[in-house]
Design a protein around this ligand. Sequence first.
Ligand code: HEC
Length: 92
Amino acid sequence: MGKLALVAVTILGGATLAFAAGDNKNAEKKAQAVIMKRCTSCHSAERINAAFKAGRDMNAIEHEMEKKGAKLSDKEKSTLDFYWNKAPVLKK
Ligand code: HEC
C-alpha cells in the first residue's frame, strides 16, 4: 500500500467520524422524513419500524423495495443506510 492510499484511508476515516458525531442525533429524524416521503405510498411506516426493531436486515429490505419500485436518491439512500446501521435502535 502506497503513501497515497494511506492518506486516502485517513481522510475517509476522518470524514466518517465527523459524520457520525455531527449527524447521529439527527439521523432518526432525517431517516423518518425519507421514509415518510419514499416508503409509505405502498405500506405504513409502522411496518418498516417493526422490521427495524425486530433486527431485520434493513439494507437487504431496502434493496428489495427498490426492486419493487421505491425511488431513492443517493442522498436518501445514504441517510437510510446510516440510520439502519448506526442509529440506536428505535425506542419502543
Ligand atoms: C412500490 C411499493 C413499495 C414501496 C415504495 C416500498 N415498499 Fe416496502 N413493501 C412493498 C410490498 C409490496 C411489501 C410486501 C412484501 C411481502 O409481504 O412480501 C413490502 C414490505 C416491506 C417490509 C416488510 C418486509 C418483511 O419481510 O416483513 C418492509 C420492512 C419494507 N417494505 C420497507 C420499505 C422501505 C424501507 C421502503 C422505502 C425505502 C419501502 N418499503 C418502500 C412495497 C413497497
